[in-house]
Design a protein around this ligand. Structure first.
Ligand code: MRU
Length: 363
């Protein structure tokens, strides 16, 4: 994607060949800052502290982290340590385990001296694959938007609601849930996006809004609780969200608050789709509510908020009474029965085991 006319991905090898560079997403939308990851520790910190975030990007960053780790220690113990350290950073997005397991099975049979170069090549491949998957998702999801536009008066806008950030910042490029939205906008369809702010970290207000503004896509930021009201008034045609882990049976785990959007969508007859690239499918799980690990993040994300002051500086303020206990579950699970369909790189399917297996030929 372009930022001020310059093409950027969210992660790329540094020009000097000694590190990886990322967009530091904790600084957006107030500052566009890049950061350098040179070690395993840098990479683990970047994922845990959410300088990089979003399921596909977490996986891609972990792949680069294996390279950085093996440059320092390519022994069997070094590989095992890197795998374990990166896997422990965040529990919910299955893309992390997917990338690390793929790396380990590819690299472990190699002689230690060959591992670092192979890890670098694999990281490049995972990044290129991610972009290709997301382009295919965009193509698969676009007809859903076209079909809604076709039923409207010419020029009348199609209103899509999205939650969190599943745009190009969540992936290496292109994005997942917003990929069909960008495709629709680029194809000249009159699209408008309701952007849930997505408390507590505000990935919608800070990241999705920044992306859409940058790309010229009409959008409106709303508080998380507004979606149901807008649906009751007929102002939402379609919900598209991303996913951090979707079970083999079609249960969709995504950013906290997604489930409430699905409930409201069902009550109002609004189609609710999840964009699911195949590395986000956990084929080992069948019951999302019971089996998907839900990350519990720091209370400070709820009790404090960072924002820009009138003089342009960024400050953090407290919101809650000191001493009030706080809970901060970061994800929830939307049962498959509330999901209209899954948008995958192989097309759109029912949120069901049969639907997923039909596309992915799993036995
Ligand atoms: O905590 P985050 O910002 O990593 O959570 C991101 C999301 O929940 C996204 O919606 C999800 O990763 C899907 S993006 C493909």
């Amino acid at each position: 994607m372009n930022v001020s006319g310059q093409a950027f991905r969210t992660i790329w090898p540094a020009a000097d060949g000694a590190a990886v560079e990322i967009i530091d997403q904790t600084q957006l939308p107030h500052a566009f800052v890049t950061a350098r990851l040179a070690t395993l520790a840098d990479t683990a910190h970047a994922i845990r502290a959410m300088l990089v975030r979003g399921a596909p990007l977490i996986g891609a960053t972990a792949a680069w982290g294996l390279w950085l780790a093996l440059r320092a220690d390519a022994s069997d113990a070094g590989l095992a340590h890197a795998h374990a350290t990166l896997l422990a950073t965040r529990p919910t997005a299955v893309n992390l385990r997917w990338a690390l397991d793929r790396g380990r099975s590819h690299l472990a049979p190699l002689a230690p001296g060959a591992r670092a170069a192979a890890a670098r090549q694999l990281a490049v491949e995972i990044c290129e694959e991610d972009v290709a998957l997301n382009r295919a998702l965009a193509a698969a999801g676009l007809p859903l938007i076209r079909a809604i536009a076709a039923k409207k008066i010419p020029g009348e806008r199609v209103n899509v609601l999205t939650h969190c950030n599943a745009g190009w910042l969540c992936a290496v490029d292109v994005g997942t849930a917003t990929a069909p939205i960008y495709a629709a906008h680029d194809a000249g369809l009159p699209i408008h996006v309701w952007v849930d702010e997505t408390r507590p970290r505000n990935q919608g207000a800070s990241l999705t809004a920044w992306e859409l503004l940058n790309h010229g896509v009409p959008h409106t930021v709303i508080v998380d609780n507004a979606g149901g009201h807008l649906m009751q008034r007929g102002q939402v045609d379609l919900v598209i969200v991303g996913t951090d882990r979707t079970t083999a049976t079609g249960d969709v785990c995504n950013k906290i608050g997604t489930y409430l959007k699905a409930l409201a969508a069902r009550d109002n007859g609004v189609p609710f789709y999840a964009a699911v690239p195949s590395p986000s499918i956990d084929w080992t799980l069948r019951d999302g509510l019971r089996e998907i690990p839900i990350e519990e993040r720091s209370a400070r994300e709820v009790t404090h908020l960072a924002g820009r002051l009138a003089d342009g500086s960024v400050a953090t303020v407290g919101l809650t009474p000191e001493g009030s206990p706080v809970a901060n579950p970061a994800f929830d699970v939307t049962p498959a029965r509330l999901v209209t369909g899954l948008i995958t790189e192989r097309g759109v399917c029912d949120a069901s085991e049969a639907g997923l297996r039909r596309l992915f030929h799993k036995v």
